[in-house]
Design a protein around this ligand. Structure first.
Ligand code: AMP
Length: 428
């Protein structure tokens, strides 16, 4: 399958070639033609699969078929959970529409609306938006969704996690009944199935497995230690290993701020990135990180989802996520092309139960180690006894500090209902 054989216009082929793509990724190979035929689509695919081009290219071709009217109407809407993802999608739209007479813009909260409104008033064909700002501007009568021909819900599961269901329903009520609908989601909960049933009309279904090969490309190491020692241990690992470009995941915004401050104080340049940070602060932190001025980015899952950064050498779970799929998403940020990456997780007693859910999802036992000088305290609940599963220490870059021991932490069914059908697979 080639881009040329898919029936894409010369203008799009030129833009694709300018981006340097030679072969369609699997999702592009499966999605583009049915979308060009006007089909609805339900797709399981994450960032990193090329999904954005998968929906943007056919969208542009369909919109470009009709000449733009004097005053442009918004004909396609892409809804995303975060501003970062919205900005990223919009950049893709700009890149691929380079040789077309298509105008687009992005709107999200956290910044003043003036500049966004000005562009909307001048007229656009494609709008990329987060739900809150979209409804806000619609309420003010500053935009209309009555002419939408194509709707894309990107990372729909995240939108539901973030409590956007009501907003999504409200947006749907503002759209014309006849339209093409696309829904992307990394996971398929009952809520997502309900949502897709209510939106999609005889959709084609596409499933692209997560992009990582955990066993082949990512060295996963879990350290068992006391919660209170995590900051000191993190600083030691980063300093002793002379790590740069470390992405640390935190569960809370407050925790992210605190850790970034501690790291900074200890001489490790760090910045926190999460939903409470202004757009400007996030952009600056990301630019500093990419330029190597900031060694560590401390991010919440949601903020990290939209981060447009290439694969990194080090990803750290300062706290384990309680949903196993999030662990896979997180460690998928490491393992750069052709190189292995390190995913280090700090596991306190309270988090031992999450390990089991992750191991089940991955279908493998994860090494659990104890670092010298950071042994978990005796008064804390003891770790469950080893049950004969052999350690397999694949030895990450951080070396063989501490002794390894097998563990089979029990008692959790965290996230089990989401585990069906998951198979880690190779990036295309
Ligand atoms: P996405 O999953 O849409 O966020 O895309 C992930 C990355 O893959 C982006 O940096 C895209 O520019 C890139 N990409 C998308 N399609 C292709 C392709 N066919 N060949 C190479 N890279 C691609």
């Amino acid at each position: 399958m080639t881009f040329q054989s898919m029936g894409l216009s010369d203008a799009l082929l030129k833009a694709i070639s300018k981006k340097g793509y030679t072969t369609p990724s699997p999702i592009q190979a499966q999605a583009i033609q049915p979308l060009l035929e006007g089909r609805d689509m339900l797709a399981s695919a994450q960032t990193g699969t090329g999904k954005t081009a998968g929906f943007t290219l056919p969208m542009l071709q369909l919109l470009a078929k009709k000449p733009a009217t004097y005053h442009r109407k918004i004909r396609a809407l892409v809804l995303t959970p975060t501003r970062e993802l919205a900005a990223q999608v919009q950049q893709n739209v700009i890149d691929y529409s380079l040789y077309l007479d298509i105008k687009s813009t992005v709107i999200f909260g956290g910044v003043k609306q003036g500049a966004q409104v000005k562009i909307l008033k001048a007229g656009i064909d494609i709008l990329v938006a987060t739900p809150g700002r979209l409804l806000d501007l619609e309420n003010q009568g500053l935009l209309s969704l009555r002419d939408i021909e194509i709707l894309v819900l990107d990372e729909a599961d995240r939108m539901l996690d973030m409590g956007f269901l009501r907003d999504i329903k409200r947006v749907l009520s503002l759209l014309p009944a006849k339209r093409q609908n696309l829904l992307f989601s990394a996971t398929f909960s009952r809520e997502i199935k309900n949502l897709s049933n209510s939106i999609l009309n005889n959709p084609i279904t596409i499933e692209i497995s997560p992009e990582i090969t955990t066993a082949e490309k990512v060295n996963q190491t879990l350290y068992h230690l006391n919660k209170k020692d995590k900051a000191a241990f993190t600083i030691q690992l980063i300093k002793e290993g002379n790590w740069s470009q470390v992405l640390i995941f935190m569960r809370t915004k407050h925790g992210a701020n605190k850790l970034a401050q501690k790291l900074d104080k200890s001489g490790v340049q760090a910045a926190a990135i999460h939903g409470n940070k202004s757009q400007n602060a996030r952009t600056q932190a990301l630019a500093g990180f990419k330029a190597g001025k900031i060694r560590v980015l401390v991010a919440t899952d949601i903020a990290a989802r939209g981060l447009d950064i290439p694969l990194l050498p080090y990803v750290m779970n300062y706290e384990l996520p309680n949903v196993p799929e999030d662990y896979v998403h997180r460690i998928g940020r490491t393992g750069r092309a052709g190189e292995s990456g390190d995913a280090i997780s700090l596991v306190s007693h309270e988090e031992m139960s999450y390990v089991k859910g992750i191991e089940k999802l991955l279908g493998e036992t994860l090494p659990l180690r104890i670092a010298k000088g950071f042994e978990p305290s005796a008064e804390a609940p003891p770790a469950p006894k080893p049950q004969g599963r052999q350690q397999n220490n694949r030895g990450g870059r951080h070396g063989g500090r501490g002794n390894s021991r097998g563990t089979n932490p029990g008692g959790s069914d965290a996230g089990e209902k989401k585990k069906t059908g998951f198979k880690p697979r190779r990036r295309y």
